[in-house]
Design a protein around this ligand. Structure first.
Ligand SMILES: Nc1ncnc2c1ncn2[C@@H]1O[C@H](COP(=O)(O)OP(=O)(O)OP(=O)(O)O)[C@@H](O)[C@H]1O
Ligand SMILES: [Mg+2]
Length: 250
């Protein structure tokens, strides 16, 4: 069965893209067939993998929907088994113009049905807002992964996103979890404040914690996937552990 995971929070810089890239490339290195869908108009996934983007992208997919099949925007990456549906800055404008369409939050999910047999995992990176692109990701996903970095008010962002999840999936939907990212082990006080602020959601927090790990940043700047760039770095080890935990818990 194909797993569809949206990686989402409207808090900027929480580690959505880094997590999407690490999960997609880590799973692909393990032999799973992966598709990474970049729904963020900032388009950081392609350069993070060193991939050149040409049209059509997801911008044209949404703009021309339902004429242009999703398959036609999917490209290979340098990582075997990993395909990418790249973004474009213009996707931000197209998203705004989707406002009048009926069921506009279902456009991606419906289109995935035609291609999902080709993949074991579909990972969806989302922008730092709760607009129609994030809604498409949540609606299409069977699991919503919420990265939380140790910043003030991180818990508010979780609550806002969960409201969207309930709106789109109903209040019995339980396919979501929190991944603590960018954790500096030396900042014990801040770390425990963040954990405490998650209150009842603490049971939803994955055991694996992603530490601050500079190679994560460097790999993206070099346009390389983390696992070939620095497979022994603390970030790569943590994301590998997280993939195992995810396998066990889904
Ligand atoms: N574990 C980590 N250790 C060190 N740096 C990290 C880590 N995770 C992410 N970063 C860096 O933090 C910055 C923000 O991360 P990232 O782009 O993944 O967040 P985001 O949630 O996708 O941001 P946005 O909301 O802008 O889309 C990036 O420069 C990234 O390289
Ligand atoms: Mg991002």
């Amino acid at each position: 069965m194909t797993r569809r995971i949206a990686i989402s929070t409207h808090k900027g810089g929480a580690g959505k893209t880094s997590t999407a890239l690490a999960l997609a490339s880590g799973l692909a290195h393990q032999g799973s067939r992966c598709l990474l869908i970049d729904l963020d108009p900032q388009g950081h996934c392609a350069p993070g993998l060193g991939v050149e983007v040409s049209t059509p992208t997801l911008k044209e997919f949404f703009q021309q929907h339902p004429t242009l099949p999703l398959r036609s925007v999917i490209i290979d990456t340098t990582v075997p088994n990993l395909h990418l549906a790249p973004s474009d800055l213009g996707l931000a404008w197209i998203a705004e113009s989707l406002g009048g369409r009926p069921k506009r939050e279902e456009l991606l999910g419906r289109s995935l049905r035609a291609i999902e047999a080709d993949y074991d995992w579909i990972l969806i990176d989302t922008p730092p807002n709760l607009g129609v692109l994030t809604q498409n990701a949540v609606a299409a996903a069977d699991f919503v992964l919420i990265p939380v970095a140790p910043d003030a008010r991180a818990n508010n962002a979780v609550e806002d996103l969960l409201n969207v999840v309930v709106e789109l999936k109903g209040d019995t939907f339980s396919g979501w979890g929190i991944l603590l990212t960018k954790v500096d082990a030396r900042k014990t006080r801040s770390n425990s404040v963040i954990r405490d602020s998650l209150g009842n959601w603490k049971t939803r927090v994955f055991r694996t914690v992603i530490p601050v790990s500079e190679p994560l940043n460097q790999a993206q700047m070099a346009g390389r996937d983390l696992f070939s760039f620095d497979p022994k770095s603390p970030g790569a080890i943590a994301y590998r552990d997280f993939i195992s935990e995810l396998h066990d818990s889904l």
